[in-house]
Design a protein around this ligand. Structure first.
Ligand code: F0G
Length: 482
C-alpha cells in the first residue's frame, strides 16, 4: 500500500504522530451508564460528555490539532474588518483549490444555507450522489426537492467496490431530461459520502458528471467536508493517482466544480467553514448573504484563531501521513468487528466504522429505530458514544408517516488522531459482546419529537425494560470490571 505505514507483516496501523497533551476520560460502571442513557432519553446526542468514556459521536470539531496549528492561533490578527488572518486563509485556499473567490462561514451548514438560498427556487430539484441531513434540510426549506442518484453498489452494505460514493451517470442524464436542465438548481457531489458509510467518489466519476453538467449548463457543487478521507482513498485505491501529489489531485477535483464548500470542523481539523467559487457574479450574489447570516466578510462567523488553525490544517491535509490516520484506524476497527462476525459496511470508509443495525438488530422493525436502539445499547455496553444514522435521522413525510431510511447504521466515528489502538480494540471487544447478546436489544419510541432534524433533540423510551436487563447481563458476564 503506497506511502502508508503499517507494522511489518500485519495490517496493524501505525500512528504517525506523538501525543503531547492529554485529557483524562472516565469509564462509569455499567449501572451508571444505563442511568445516564435513560436520562438522555436514549438519544446519544443528549448525553453529558462527563458520562462518556470515548466520544465517537462524530469527527466534527473534535479532531486533534497539531502544534503548528496551535502556534498559528497565537498570531491571529483580531479585527472586525480587514484582518490579515482572513487574507492568509484566503491565500492558502486559493493555492490549494485554484479557485479565486472565498466566502467564510461559521460551519458547513451555514455554507449550505447560502448556496441553497442563492440557487434553489421553489419546485426545483437538486440532484446528488447522496444527501447529508443538514444539506437536505436547507434545500427543502427553500422549497426544493432532493433526488439521489447513487449507483446501485453504493446501497449495498457489503461490497468490494472501491468508490461506493459514485453517481450513476445514466440516472443523472435521465433526471436532467425528466426535470429539464432549467429546473435543476444544481448537482451536488459529496466527498467521502457520509450517510452511506464514509464512502469515496472516484476521479473518473467526478470527471464524467462534470462534463455532463457543463454541457447542460448546470452548476456542479462539491461538498468537500470529507475531502481528506476521499483524497486518501483516491491515492491508495486508484492506481492512476498513486504517484500524483495530493495537492494536484485536489486542484484537479476543484477544476471540475463550480462551487466547493466545506465544514472546517472536519476538513482542516479546526472549526468553521467556507465556500470557494470561480465565477465573480455568483460570488457577488452569495456574498450578499454573508453579513446577514455570518458576519463581516473577513471573518464570516469564525474566530480569527480558528481561521489561523484552519489555514495550517488545510496545508497539513495535503500530507498522506496526516490524512491516512483516520481511515487506517477505521479499517482496523472494522476488521476486529468482522473477525467477530459483527456486520459492518465494507469496504471500510473514512470518518468512522458503520455497524449495520438492520442485520445486528434484524428482530427490530425500522419503525422502532434499530440503529437508535443499537447506539443506546453500545453506550450501555461500553461507555462509547456513537451516532444513529438511520430512520431516526430522517424526517417524517408530510402526512406524518415514517420515511424509512435506506440504511440503518450505528456510526462509530473516529476523530482524527485522538484515540489509541487499544481504545479502538476495547470498542470492538464490547460491541462484539453486545453482538452475542443482540437479541436482548429492543425497540424505541419517540416521546418528544421535533419536526425538523428530530435526531438532535428528540427523546425516546424503550418499548420494554431491555436496557436495564442488558446492564444486568453485562454485570453478570463482566463481574467487577467496568
Ligand atoms: N456536509 C457533510 C458531508 C457533513 O458531514 C457535515 C457535517 C456537513 C456538511 C455540515 O457541516 O456540521 O460544520 O455544519 N457532519 C457532522 C457529522 C455533523 O457528525 O457527520 P457542519
Amino acid at each position: 500500500m503506497s506511502n502508508v505505514k503499517f507494522l511489518s507483516g500485519e495490517n496493524v496501523p501505525l500512528e504517525m504522530h506523538k501525543v503531547r497533551m492529554v485529557q483524562k476520560v472516565n469509564l462509569l460502571p455499567v449501572e451508571e451508564r444505563f442511568k445516564s442513557m435513560k436520562e438522555a432519553g436514549y438519544n446519544t446526542f443528549l448525553l453529558r460528555n462527563r458520562d462518556v468514556f470515548m466520544d465517537m459521536l462524530t469527527d466534527s470539531g473534535v479532531n486533534a490539532m497539531s502544534q503548528d496549528q496551535y502556534a498559528a492561533m497565537m498570531q491571529a490578527d483580531d479585527s472586525y474588518a480587514g484582518s490579515e488572518t482572513y487574507y492568509r486563509l484566503e491565500k492558502v485556499l486559493q493555492d490549494i483549490f485554484g479557485m479565486e473567490y472565498f466566502l467564510p462561514a461559521h460551519q458547513g451548514r451555514a455554507c449550505e444555507n447560502i448556496i441553497a438560498q442563492t440557487l434553489v427556487k421553489p419546485g426545483m430539484v437538486t440532484i446528488m450522489n447522496y444527501h447529508f441531513t443538514t444539506t437536505k434540510a436547507h434545500i427543502t426549506l427553500n422549497g426544493g426537492v432532493v433526488e439521489e442518484i447513487l449507483y446501485d453498489e453504493g446501497y449495498k452494505i457489503k461490497s468490494d467496490a472501491p468508490f461506493k460514493g459514485d453517481i450513476d451517470v445514466d440516472k443523472l442524464k435521465e433526471s436532467i431530461k425528466r426535470n429539464g436542465p432549467e429546473n435543476v438548481a444544481f448537482v451536488r457531489i459529496e466527498a467521502g459520502t457520509n450517510l452511506i458509510g464514509g464512502q469515496p467518489v472516484s476521479m473518473a466519476n467526478m470527471r464524467e458528471v462534470s462534463q455532463i453538467c457543463r454541457s447542460e449548463g448546470i452548476k456542479l457543487v462539491y461538498d468537500a467536508s470529507l475531502l481528506g478521507d476521499n483524497l486518501y482513498f483516491i491515492k491508495i485505491r486508484d492506481p492512476k493517482y498513486k504517484d500524483t501529489k495530493i495537492i494536484d489531485i485536489t486542484r484537479e477535483i476543484a477544476s471540475m466544480m463550480d462551487i466547493v464548500y466545506f465544514s472546517a470542523r472536519k476538513l482542516g481539523s479546526a472549526r468553521g467553514g467556507g465556500i470557494l467559487v470561480s465565477d465573480k457574479a455568483l460570488f457577488l450574489k452569495m456574498r450578499e448573504l454573508v453579513p446577514l447570516y455570518e458576519g463581516f466578510l473577513t471573518y464570516g462567523g469564525m474566530s480569527v484563531r480558528e481561521m489561523e488553525a484552519l489555514a495550517v490544517g488545510l496545508l497539513e491535509t495535503m500530507d498522506i501521513d496526516v490524512i491516512s490516520q483516520t481511515p487506517i484506524i477505521v479499517e482496523a476497527l472494522c476488521n476486529e468487528l468482522i473477525k467477530n462476525n459483527v456486520p459492518v459496511v465494507t469496504p471500510p470508509g473514512g470518518l468512522g466504522c458503520h455497524v449495520d443495525a438492520s442485520e445486528f438488530c434484524s428482530h427490530i422493525p425500522q419503525e422502532e429505530y434499530p440503529a437508535g436502539a443499537l447506539a443506546a445499547a453500545i453506550f450501555i455496553a461500553s461507555g462509547v458514544r456513537c451516532m444513529e444514522r438511520g430512520t431516526m435521522s430522517e424526517q417524517r413525510n408530510d402526512d406524518g408517516s415514517e420515511r424509512l431510511a435506506e440504511m440503518e447504521l450505528a456510526r462509530i466515528a473516529v476523530p482524527r488522531r485522538v484515540f489509541t489502538l487499544s481504545q479502538v480494540k476495547y470498542t470492538a471487544d464490547r460491541i462484539s459482546w453486545l453482538y452475542r447478546h443482540r437479541n436482548m436489544i429492543g425497540g424505541l419510541k419517540f416521546v418528544e419529537e421535533p419536526k425538523v432534524l428530530r435526531f438532535f433533540f428528540g427523546r425516546l423510551e424503550p418499548l420494554s425494560n431491555w436496557p436495564e436487563e442488558l446492564a444486568k447481563q453485562f454485570r453478570k458476564d463482566f463481574g467487577d470490571s467496568l
